[in-house]
Design a protein around this ligand. Sequence first.
Ligand code: ATP
Length: 239
Amino acid sequence: MTPVLELANLSASYGPFRALFEVDLAVGEGEIVALLGANGAGKSTIARVISGLVSPSGGVMRLAGRPTVGWSAVRLRRAGVLHVPEGRGIFSSLSVEQNLILALAGESRRRRRMLVEEACARFAILGERRNQRAGSLSGGQQRLLSLAAALVDPPKILVADEISLGLAPNVLDEVYAALGALAAAGTALVLIEQQTTRAVDLADTAVVLHHGRVVYSGPPTEATAALAAGLSGPGSTPG
Ligand code: ATP
């Protein structure tokens, strides 16, 4: 079956600095790919290429088989690609509920109400604090709010960049349960994580990056070994 998202032989640079070398990656409908690797390996650059913030210098990206060469971030977003970047990305002076409403600005009033109720039910911690100023939440709860705001209207492809960073274990449980439910409903997920345990448990496939190259692609359980073994090189890539 044609993958929902595919990167083929993809390279990217920041000026003279080459960040990605001939990266191959494919994600099917409802599939979860964990993108792993050390600091500076190129994970966020892949996220930026997928969401159109960085243009590839070589190779191609395809959405459902269709090349997206020259597509803007807005066009990719309209096509169903959602990137939740590192950091919080919420409006701290607004309430939790107002943040969710803002994420639904294009929807009818009635649908907005319904989707906000759904988000508050899905993330109980946010439901309890819906009238609280978002800036008064803990860092982890703010992160959860940014995810909830992104998920009120489920995308075709979600790229989550270090979503678990700084989350308390109970919040992390909520986040990962939501990600699992999202994939079960058909969203293709690229989970970028440095803390690999959760991602490896949830993912169908893992891709390990090292200095901008894919050094492993295959079952998540073996990816941990590939990472731990100090990334033994391109020879470790099965198939
Ligand atoms: P981290 O977990 O630290 O974000 P990462 O695996 O996501 O790491 P990237 O952020 O993709 O790595 O960075 C890959 C390489 O590109 C690094 O060497 C980084 O210094 C470089 N880089 C990233 N962003 C830029 C930029 N805007 N300009 C120049 N170089 C950059």
